[in-house]
Design a protein around this ligand. Sequence first.
Ligand code: ZN
Length: 148
Amino acid sequence: MNCFVKDCRNDPVTARDLDPGRTGGWASLSYEVALCQPHADVIAAGADWVCRGAEDGSGKEVLIGEQLKELGQFVVQSVPGTINSGKMSWHHSGVLPAGMMIPVNVQQVGEGKPRTIHLHIDAARARELAEVLEMHADIQEDRAPRTA
Ligand SMILES: [Zn+2]
């Protein structure tokens, strides 16, 4: 058996419970993994990590630091104060839908600095997105969903 960190071939020297507080509650899965000393050290030093089922089904796999980029996950850092209609000076084949351009400041998980991505959305999808976001925000905040 190797260290659980992806692509690490070192022998494990320690077992660590990555989530001793069980953020998912008492019924959540154990995140005990076997780690080599260098990886145990960087995790103890506060490196970011994600533990997931290995892609080949062989059990748990830990992604650490830059490896987290391969997850393709983005965290919204701030909501734009203004939304505009996009680059009016651009001409294109229709690849950018007429509607709104939403600049969203995001941080890719595993990457150091945030950046701005530009979401293009038409009015119909904007309304659908707003409804879905409202509903999920209500659920997250444990409020009764609004009815239209
Ligand atoms: Zn390792």
